[in-house]
Design a protein around this ligand. Structure first.
Ligand SMILES: [Zn+2]
Length: 393
């Protein structure tokens, strides 16, 4: 069996009518092309595709599509065209025995800090929410990722993170209610898709400033994310109308704080703080109270530019099963942030998905080692180096 990446390399070679490479050490398992004989080095499936002039598109044949069942999946022009029994004469990969899940959404990254968009895409990430970057980041293109970015956090004069890691423009310092509203407007006008502020040690925004920030952001159609690691800060964030916690708080939460978040959302980032028993238990309790859990890694502060097996293992420890983890990293996040066509595998959706060796609902860690990653219908470069490490990791 060859991995999807090996198949793609064959296709590229065949288009130029050069001999296909020897199979070498590429993956020991994975989908095969069935429209040709992969055992023959001189007559590859891809060569058949090229020579017969098949219609454009790709069929992923016979995989179990998570949430749908065992179907073929027809991809064309970056979208899923149809799920069912596909008879069209297009190139195909044999994915029988494999599983297909949506590519992931990481709801907490810092791409201005480390890594880049193509690296994340290769690691199975279709979309991300960047929760603090200098203002100029909002002007940049972020293909192939779908990206929502906060730009700089709105913070008090000399407030977090301007005196520490965020000294280079990661904070927008304000003083007063009017200045807070102007800051929200300036970020929204610059293209911010979410507003973030820190709630922690002084100097911090006042309650009046926070209320003004939340109100203005909501007027502009933007959700508000708070960095609030302590119990009192997390409770205050909920009471002042904040939508999302940037992190699972790290201090033990009171029942009152947990209950205050029953209709809010929390981005997991369990591994970013070492995955302590306290932080894991906080997430378990927040979820039990009704809070929406979003998969997020704080990439930049953590170092795996892909679906992170450490984060998944900690989500399991917090009581999430495979289906819940998939939801936290796909459909739930797409719905909360408004990523069109992502997080779902339906006709018309973006063709951004993972090919998996095992059922991620039973073994969610398999999400971190996809056999193939497609983003908008494009097979991504293999993210693993020859020695099994992750590039840039
Ligand atoms: Zn962060």
């Amino acid at each position: 069996m060859r991995s999807a990446w090996a198949v793609a390399f064959l296709a590229a070679s065949a288009c130029q009518h050069v001999p296909a490479p020897a199979s070498g050490s590429s993956g020991s398992s994975g989908p095969d092309l069935t429209s040709g004989d992969l055992a023959s080095e001189s007559s590859t499936a891809a060569a058949v595709v090229a020579d017969l002039g098949l219609a454009s598109g790709l069929v992923v044949r016979g995989a179990t599509v998570v949430g749908v069942g065992r179907v073929d999946l027809l991809v064309r022009d970056g979208r899923i065209v149809e799920l069912g029994e596909i008879t069209e004469n297009v190139a195909e990969i044999d994915a029988r025995g494999q599983f297909v899940a949506p590519a992931f959404i990481d709801s907490h990254v810092h791409l201005a800090y480390a890594f880049d968009e193509p690296t994340l895409a290769a690691g199975g990430i279709a979309a991300a929410v960047d929760l603090a970057a200098p203002l100029g980041f909002l002007d940049e293109l972020h293909e192939p990722l779908a990206l929502i970015a906060a730009g700089p956090m709105i913070t008090a004069i000399d407030g977090y993170p301007t005196q520490s890691w965020g000294a280079g423009g990661f904070g927008l310092e304000v003083d007063g209610v009017r200045a807070v509203r102007d800051a929200v407007d300036s970020l929204a006008d610059a293209g911010a898709g979410v507003i973030k502020f820190p709630l922690g040690d002084a100097p911090s925004l006042t309650d009046d400033e926070i209320v003004a920030l939340v109100g203005r952001a909501h007027d502009r159609g933007l959700k508000v994310v708070a960095h609030a690691l302590g119990d009192a800060q997390a409770r205050k964030a909920a009471l002042l109308g904040v939508d999302v916690l940037a992190h699972t708080p790290v201090d033990p939460l009171t029942d009152e704080t947990v209950e205050a978040w029953h209709s809010g959302a929390v981005i997991s980032t369990l591994d970013a703080f070492g995955g302590s028993a306290v932080v894991v238990d906080n997430l378990r309790r927040l979820r039990a109270a009704g809070a929406t859990v979003l998969y997020g890694t704080d990439l930049g502060n953590t170092g795996i530019p892909a679906i992170d097996p450490n984060e998944i293992a900690l989500l399991v420890a917090a009581g999430l099963d495979g289906e819940a983890i998939i939801a936290a990293g796909t459909a739930t996040a797409a719905g909360l942030w408004g990523f069109e066509g992502l997080g779902t595998l339906a006709a018309g959706a973006r063709a951004s998905f993972l090919l998996l060796e095992r059922d991620p609902r039973i073994d969610p860690l398999v999400l971190a080692t996809p056999l193939g990653v497609y983003i908008d219908g494009e097979l991504q470069p293999e993210p693993f180096t020859a020695d099994g490490g992750i590039k840039g990791g």
